[in-house]
Every structure is written in structure tokens, then in C-alpha cells.
Design a protein. Structure first.
Length: 373
């Protein structure tokens, strides 16, 4: 069997369907949807396609429409327009319980009075399996997810990570052609989240149908997904491989998500005149509308105007705010240019940084990245 590279999972077995979403007999496979949902003053209009074996992450700020899209895929919210086809079958009029869709909800929604085994067996039973067959399938799935020893435990006796895996087993036990995960790691503490994220990554790598993940956490999306779809105000603003989106953000939300300063302007060679600010010198020579991005770690701060610096970009700024960011201090700067800068606690103390303090900020052209709009 051949293997194809996969940015999120290392390698993934090459799938039978071709890149256009067709099987060897010409039949359609995977997800083909345009989700149009109107409620109140909000309108969602999102096109989603995915091949079997692909994990797509929907990212976006609160209220962007991510959960609305997920509920529309599950059949829990009717479409106002568009279409929804899974493996060539139209699902717009198919009730939720009849769709080949598995859902892992944010709070898992396990039945508190049932054991882990019976929680997982619930799905197959709803699809017509006998009690014995359903429990046999459930035991198999619990074993696959490393929960065989917890089959008799009720949800209150399970840890957060164990409950998440039971919910995943319950969704997979129905052998869905579309797996929906709504913030599957949000309810976990930081330590458990790290472990469960790694486990979930392995399980998704083995899943042969389409998986759609909704999250607001960029790390979850980068680790778990093959492709990111970023939604803002009910529409797609950027999509692509995680590495491409992280390297070339196209909105302020995405830039903040991946930790970059982002600006838009008009390029003339190595000089970019910003739409709302001064000029920037970049390492790339371009022409026309461009974005310019650089990380906060590329910014160097000085209390006095530096003499003899090799940095081509120099701005007079003021400290608008300071906050702990990991093991560093992040300074929010205003003035000639609004930007974020990261520095060590020692450096911040030596510079006597405080809100209102005036500083000079420099960035070398070689540390910027410019790309066409």
C-alpha cells in the first residue's frame, strides 16, 4: 500500500477515492455541502468539501457560525438553502437519527445511569442491532480505545479523558460516514488535554470516513486536522493546510490565533506602505497589495532611540499594556505602529517597562514575511 504525506499526522494510507471525491466506480464519496442557515439577523453561508479519511477543522471566534455549521451537518438545524451530500446521497431532508453521522459533543452527553459499555452499545441498538450484538460491538470499541477495564463504570466514575473516549467510542460504534466533534477537548484540564489530544490524533488518523472538528483552540486544530477552514461572521475567510494558514494569515483574528503581527499595505519592491500606518521594509520584493507578518519575538525594544542599528524598521511607540505570555512578557505597543512584542522577564525589568512608558521598537527586514493579498 502506498502512503501519502500528511501535515498533521505524519503519513496516512492513500485512500481509494481520487482527489475529486470519486470512488473507482465513479460514485461520489466524502462530503459535499453548502450550508446556508439564516436565523435572526445572522446568516451562515459556508461551502465544505472533504474526502474520506480527511479531518477538517472549523476555526473561528465566538459567534462566527462554527457550531451552527456542525448542527446543520448533524441535522439538528435545518438548512435555509444550499445542499448537503454525503457519499453522493442528499441528506437535507433526512432526520438526524437516520443520518450516517456520529457526534461527539463538548460535554459528551453520556447517559449517567448507564455503564460505559451500555453507553457505547446505545448507538448500535438504535440502528437495529440485538442487545448481545450491540454489547459485543461496544466491548470491541472500548478495547480499541484502551477502555476495556472501564466497561462496567458509570460516567461519574470516569476521568475527563476516559469520558471523552467513551463518547468517541459511542460515536464510532455506529460506523458513521461523517464524524462531528464539537470542541472535544474543551472540558479537559491542561494536563489531560495534552494526553487526550495525542490519543485522539491517532484515532482520527485511522478513521476512514470524513471528520469535521469544531474548535477555537489553534493547537487542537493544528495537531488534529489535515485542513483548516476559518469562519468569521458566517463566511469562510481562509482555508488550507495548517502550515499554510499559520504562515500566511489573512485576517487579524487568524494572525492573533497563530501569534503574528499582521499588516496590509501596498508594496513597491522591498518597501510596503501600510494602509493605516508607516512604511515597512521587507526581505521580499513585491508589487501591489500585500500582507506583512512577523512574530512578536522579532521585535526588539529600546528605551532610547538606538544608534547604528542594522534594523531597517524603527518606530517610536508607547507601552499600552503588559501581560504574562507563557514564560515571557508580551508588550502591547501603540504609537507609530500598533504591534505586540515578546521579551523575557529580565529584559522587561531592565527596560523598566510599564504602561505609558515610551520605547523604540525595531524589526529587521529579514524577520518579516510579505505575501500577496
Amino acid at each position: 500500500m502506498t502512503e501519502t504525506p500528511d501535515t498533521a499526522h505524519g503519513t496516512r494510507d492513500a485512500r481509494t477515492p481520487d482527489a475529486r471525491g470519486h470512488g473507482p466506480d465513479g460514485s461520489e464519496t466524502g462530503l459535499d455541502a453548502r450550508l446556508v442557515v439564516e436565523r435572526g439577523g445572522f446568516r451562515l453561508d459556508v461551502a465544505l468539501t472533504a474526502a474520506p479519511g480527511e479531518v477538517v477543522a472549523l476555526l473561528g471566534p465566538n459567534g462566527a457560525g462554527k457550531t451552527t455549521a456542525l448542527r446543520a451537518l448533524a441535522g439538528l438545524m435545518p438548512l435555509s438553502g444550499g445542499h448537503l451530500r454525503l457519499d453522493g446521497t442528499a441528506l437535507e431532508r433526512t432526520p438526524p437519527e437516520s443520518r450516517p453521522v456520529g457526534v461527539v459533543f463538548q460535554d459528551y452527553l453520556l447517559f449517567p445511569h448507564l455503564t460505559a459499555l451500555d453507553n457505547v452499545a446505545f448507538g448500535p441498538r438504535c440502528h437495529g442491532a440485538t442487545k448481545a450484538s450491540a454489547r459485543e460491538q461496544a466491548a470491541d470499541w472500548l478495547g480499541r480505545l484502551g477502555l476495556a477495564d472501564h466497561a462496567g463504570a458509570k460516567p461519574r466514575r470516569l476521568s475527563g479523558g476516559q469520558a471523552q473516549r467513551v463518547a468517541l467510542a459511542r460515536a464510532l460504534a455506529t460506523r458513521p460516514r461523517l464524524l462531528l466533534l464539537d470542541e472535544p477537548l474543551a472540558a479537559l484540564d491542561a494536563r489531560t488535554r495534552l494526553e487526550v489530544r495525542s490519543q485522539l490524533r491517532r484515532h482520527l488518523a485511522d478513521f476512514e470516513a470524513v471528520a469535521v472538528l469544531v474548535t477555537h483552540d489553534p493547537l487542537d486544530a493544528m495537531v488534529l486536522a489535515d485542513r483548516l477552514v476559518v469562519v468569521e461572521d458566517g463566511r469562510i475567510v481562509q482555508e488550507g493546510a495548517p502550515s499554510d494558514v499559520a504562515r500566511r494569515p489573512r485576517t487579524d483574528y487568524i494572525a492573533q490565533l497563530v501569534g503574528l503581527n499582521l499588516y496590509r499595505g501596498e508594496a513597491d519592491g522591498h518597501t510596503v506602505r501600510l494602509d493605516d500606518g508607516p512604511s515597512l521594509t521587507t526581505s521580499e520584493a513585491l508589487s501591489g497589495p500585500v500582507f506583512v507578518a512577523f512574530p512578536p519575538s522579532a521585535v526588539t525594544l529600546h528605551r532610547d532611540r538606538p544608534a547604528g542599528t542594522s534594523a531597517r524598521n524603527l518606530w517610536h511607540c508607547e507601552i499600552a499594556g503588559l501581560e504574562t505570555h507563557g514564560d515571557q512578557i508580551r508588550a502591547d505597543l501603540s504609537g507609530e505602529l500598533r504591534l505586540a512584542a515578546d521579551l523575557t522577564t529580565v529584559a522587561a525589568a531592565e527596560l523598566d517597562l510599564r504602561p505609558g512608558a515610551e520605547v523604540w521598537a525595531t524589526v529587521k527586514a529579514t524577520q518579516t514575511h510579505a505575501y500577496p493579498v
